[in-house]
Design a protein around this ligand. Sequence first.
Ligand code: UDX
Length: 437
Amino acid sequence: MAMIADKCEDIRVTVVDLNAERVDGWNSDDLPVFEPGLTEIVLRRRGKNLFFTTAVEDGIREADVIFISVNTPTKTSGVGAGKAADLRYVESCARQIAEVGGGDKIVVEKSTVPVRTAHSVQEILSAAENGHSYQVISNPEFLAEGTAMKDLEKPDRVLVGGNVTPEGRAAVDVITSIYAQWVPRERIIKTNLWSSELSKLTANAFLAQRVSSINSISALCEATGADVDEVSHAIGADSRIGPKFLKSSVGFGGSCFQKDILNLTYLCEHFGLPEIAEYWTKVVEMNDLQKKRFVTRMIDAMFNTVSGKRIAVLGYAFKKDTNDVRESPAIDVCRYLLDETAELRVYDPKVEPETILSTLGTKEDEDSVTICKDAYEACEGAHAIAVLTEWDEFNDLDFAKIHAQMEQPAFLFDGRNVLDLKALEEIGFRTYGIGKG
Ligand code: UDX
């Protein structure tokens, strides 16, 4: 919404949320989300054509176009628990829009939703019988965290799905005309509603599949002496495969990949396609295996036990340049290490200490987790270092100094293949990279 406000000064964007604390945050100088480049844009447009408010009903009444951008977490109970998306927030938005009225409107699904959710939203809006007409549009978001502003400014494509009726097409054109103010027309893809909804889930499933595929090969590399980075480079040079999303890691995380694949598998099961569901489930299972393999390798290397040993965990976010920890592989890796009664010293440049502690279900000091203010403090007296997020600053650390302050032999496990392991070996570390024999 900040990008729309910035690119379309003639459009008034009002972001409404029930959570007053959140809204206050967006109205302050310390935004609730860390995202490179976002603060500048918000400060530039706020109070001009970008507003944040808790006045939800006014926002609905006055709008011509409403983007539903609520979360759709995986259901934790009931039918489809652990797989299906919880659509209660989407549904309550639709109901509220219908209740408030205020004229004909275009309602845009921005949240990632299961295929045919637009149909339910349309039904709820039509049932209102308030004399207004509504067109539902699917306009999924493809930005990645950490690079969101770049992705929004120069998107590979913008997807706008709508009803295949004259009214539906007109609504698609309205949304298209917003993006066309800065996105080349040929990058704006118009589809029907269901194709648009399914494309979002499929894009994330394919990306996650690439990571799981290369991670499956990393296991074979470790066993054979091949180097997974060399394999990635070699296969990525094939223009049919391409170089992106082939970086082997301790596993993928983030709010989308796992959730969207589970969503896809639930849909497949629902439509009587269990084999297709099973095929995609493997992508998630491979990711779980990768995190377990990482810890198993640590234990094996460290003389078959990490019990009572101090482990420095460098990085906790699910990737660099974000403070988001949703589904971060670091959570599972740390939990497995705690199960083995290791002592953890965690440092992340952007993640709040309380977030780390709450995701681990522990309180500092009472348990075996200490949050540190920098990497040096985390590594002091440690038996091993585990790099779990690829923050750039880890490359600039003085590893000779760190090595001197660690228990010997000092182990280093690079879960992101970002450090120069050869140089670290020369300092005296025993190093282990993902997919490196
Ligand atoms: C993803 C999609 O990229 C985006 O289009 C969609 O809208 C939301 O989901 P995001 O979750 O922000 O975006 O992160 P992304 O950059 O896709 O990375 C996901 C995870 O995969 C991270 O944990 C990352 O570290 C991991 N990853 C990515 C790898 O392990 N190897 C790679 O080569 C690429």
